[in-house]
Design a protein around this ligand. Structure first.
Ligand code: C5P
Length: 224
C-alpha cells in the first residue's frame, strides 16, 4: 500500500449483492455484505484514485471520498457498471451478482392458497456482466473478478479461480472460500489472487481493508 500510487487513475468497484424481485414485497438475494468491495473502494480512494462505487444493497457504510451509485437488481448493476467502466483504468467486480432472476415479477403480492400446496418459481439466467466486460474491447482497463466458492479443497478452489478467470476474460481473479460462517459478513477475509498467466500473484489474510490494499498492490505490480 503506497500513498498516492493511484493518483490520476479512475477505478470502478462493484460491491454487495444484487436482489431480484419476485413481487412488490419479496426478492431473491444473497448474503454478500459488500464489506470487501467497500474496503477496495476505500483503499483505492486513499491511494489517490477517483473511485466510483456501484453499491448493491450494502450492509456496511459507504466509504467517504467515493462517488456512490446505488443499485439493487442485476439489470441496474449492469447498466451502471457498463457505463462507468468506459475508459476506466481498473474495474473490480466484487459484487455477488444473482445468476438467476424470476421469469415473471408479479404485479401484486404472491398469495398462498388454502390447499396447502407449494409454489414453483421459474427462474431465468441473468447476463454475466464480468464476461461481457471481458469480451468487449478494454485496452487500458484492468479487469478484476471475484470467485466466492464453497469448495473445501485448496487446490480445487484455485483451479476454479483459474478456470473462471479464463472463461470470463478477466485479468485477475480473487478467490475466496465462503460458507455458512466464512467470507460474507465477516470482518476478515482470506484470499488468493490469480494473475494474467494463471500464476498465484498473492495470498492474503486479514481485515478486509488490508486485504483490499494487497489486491491493489498485486494488480499494480503486474501492470508495471
Ligand atoms: O460465475 P460467478 O458468479 O462465480 O462469477 C463471479 C464473478 O463474476 C464476480 O466477479 C461477479 O461480480 C461476476 N458476475 C457477473 N455477472 C453475473 C455473475 C457474476 O459479473 N451474472
Amino acid at each position: 500500500a503506497r500513498p498516492g500510487d493511484l493518483a490520476g487513475k479512475r477505478v470502478v468497484v462493484t460491491a454487495g449483492g444484487t436482489r431480484e424481485p419476485l413481487d412488490p414485497v419479496r426478492f431473491l438475494g444473497n448474503r454478500s455484505s459488500g464489506k470487501q468491495g467497500a474496503a477496495i473502494a476505500a483503499a483505492a480512494a486513499a491511494r489517490g484514485a477517483s473511485v466510483t462505487l456501484i453499491a448493491a444493497n450494502l450492509e456496511t457504510r459507504t466509504p467517504a471520498g467515493c462517488g456512490v451509485v446505488p443499485v439493487s437488481t442485476t439489470a441496474e448493476l449492469r447498466a451502471a457498471v457498463l457505463d462507468a467502466a468506459e475508459g476506466a483504468d481498473l474495474v473490480v467486480m466484487a459484487a455477488a451478482v444473482a445468476d438467476f432472476r424470476p421469469a415473471d415479477v408479479s404485479e401484486g403480492k404472491i398469495k398462498k392458497d388454502d390447499s396447502g400446496s407449494g409454489l414453483t418459481l421459474e427462474l431465468v439466467r441473468n447476463p454475466d456482466i464480468l464476461a461481457e466486460l471481458g469480451q468487449r474491447p478494454h485496452a487500458g482497463t484492468t479487469l478484476v473478478g471475484f470467485a466466492a466458492e464453497t469448495e473445501p479443497d485448496d487446490e480445487r478452489l484455485l483451479e476454479l479461480g483459474r478456470d473462471k478467470r479464463r472463461r470470463k476474460g478477466a485479468d485477475f481473479l480473487v478467490v475466496n472460500r465462503v460458507g455458512w460462517n466464512d467470507g460474507f459478513a465477516a470482518d476478515e477475509n482470506r484470499i488468493v489472487v490469480v494473475g494474467p498467466d494463471d500464476a498465484v500473484v498473492d495470498r492474503a489474510h486479514g481485515d478486509k481493508l488490508s486485504v483490499a490494499h494487497r489486491i491493489l498492490d498485486a494488480v499494480l505490480a503486474d501492470r508495471r
